[in-house]
Design a protein around this ligand. Structure first.
Ligand SMILES: NC(=O)c1ccc[n+]([C@@H]2O[C@H](COP(=O)([O-])OP(=O)(O)OC[C@H]3O[C@@H](n4cnc5c(N)ncnc54)[C@H](O)[C@@H]3O)[C@@H](O)[C@H]2O)c1
Length: 360
């Protein structure tokens, strides 16, 4: 039988620190290698709110908080018994002046003695030797040969380096495109086509299926709770689509459209619908004008052209009321499907690449 001493045990406990802004395949691979070299691994996410905020801001990104990074890494590493911790370093001097405080804090953050720190920087060896004299420092893939990528490169050009971004972080970076408009504007078909053009995922409007399945296709049988349920279900479905997005994700509807139909059918907006309205969620809103022929499908209600035009204006008014900047919407008013599709592709290209490709 082999008796382990306290020292032997702590040697088997490892720590992998980093900013992970954002986590990428280089980080994940190095963490998994570290995990194979010890019995128990703690990943410690360093957060310095002002500096991290500036890094995000400079790259034109929303703030990526430490908790968000901790969540992403926890999603990536779950099931492997790797513990992901968050360490706020706002109170300490920046690197390298903060070395002493950093060493003290890390020892407090990790809830048990550890015997090895993993990293990818040979240049940190002396600092580790001085401030963690009893802890081994193991450098993994210092040349970044397997995945030649850094957090800076991803922040600056996320779409160019998309394949390196850890899966859990991709929904944050994916551009979100909403296709909206009143009934029978070709929304669903356009959303599907755009998703295929960009080889990505989309979320279809499920209210119609709900109408079919729950109230037998008769919109007059809706009650307010139905609209609450539709909004919840749509939110879940949108999340699912986002998780598999390839740089961009397309949404066939949103909670404003649900609020609109709640008003049309029942004269008021169901109580939980508004909490799902998020003007800042979308990077691009494409509004389809009812300038293509009406297609009756047995469930649509607002078919008369005058009513269709008024519906479009009422819908835009509702977006304004809920805080959307409708001046930034790309309005599709062409009367043929070819031109409508090309207009949408040009808008999405502009969003993704900052340019409009010549249409062949
Ligand atoms: N304040 C201080 O004085 C002080 C002192 C020492 C250490 N620190 C801490 O050191 C850490 C440094 O983190 P960072 O900026 O290097 O974080 P990071 O998120 O950029 O990287 C985390 C780790 O992954 C490695 N890595 C990055 N890209 C890789 C790739 N493509 N392939 C393989 N490995 C890769 C890095 O070398 C690093 O060891 C932070 O936690 C920081 O707080 C701070």
């Amino acid at each position: 039988m082999c008796n382990l001493t306290d020292d032997d045990i702590s040697m088997n406990v490892g720590v992998f620190p980093g900013k992970f802004l954002p986590p990428h395949r280089g980080h994940i691979t190095a963490i998994l290698r570290a995990h194979a070299l010890c019995e128990k691994l703690y990943v410690v996410v360093s957060e310095r709110c002002i500096e991290d905020g500036e890094l995000c801001n400079r790259a034109g990104l929303n703030y990526i908080s430490g908790v968000l990074r901790q969540r992403w890494l926890s999603q990536e590493l779950q099931g492997l018994e790797i513990v992901v911790l968050l360490q706020n370093e706002d109170a300490m001097a920046p690197f390298p002046q903060g070395w002493g405080d950093y060493a003290t804090l890390l020892t407090q953050t990790v809830p048990e003695p550890f015997g090895v720190i993993f990293g990818g920087e040979e240049s940190y060896r002396d600092g580790h030797k001085q401030h963690f004299p009893d802890v081994d420092y193991r450098v993994l893939d210092p040349e970044r040969t397997q995945w030649p990528i850094s957090g800076t490169e991803i922040r600056e050009q996320p779409y160019r380096h998309w394949d390196y971004i850890a899966g859990a972080a991709r929904p944050f970076f994916a551009r979100k495109v909403l296709i909206t408009g009143p009934e029978s504007c070709g929304k669903t078909t356009l959303t599907r086509k755009l998703a295929k053009v960009y080889c990505s995922s989309w979320s279809e409007e499920l209210g119609r299926d709900y109408q079919h399945d729950v109230v037998g296709g008769n919109g007059n049988l809706f009650d307010l709770e139905d609209f609450n349920r539709i909004t919840h279900l749509q939110y879940e479905q949108d999340l699912k689509a986002l998780r598999t997005a390839n740089k961009v994700c397309f949404f066939d509807t949103d909670a404003v459209v649900t609020a609109f139909f709640s008003q049309v059918f029942l004269g008021s907006v169901a109580n939980r619908v508004e909490s799902f309205i998020e003007p800042s969620k979308y990077d691009l809103v494409i509004a389809l004008k009812p300038t293509v022929p009406w297609v009756a499908d047995g469930m649509r209600e607002l078919g008369e052209q005058g009513v269709r035009d008024v519906s479009f204006e009422q819908l835009l008014k509702l977006y304004r009321q809920y805080g959307f900047n409708t001046d930034a919407f790309v309005v599709i008013a062409e009367t043929d499907y070819y031109s409508r599709l090309e207009h949408c592709i040009a808008a999405v290209d502009h969003l993704l690449y900052g340019k409009v490709k010549t249409i062949l």
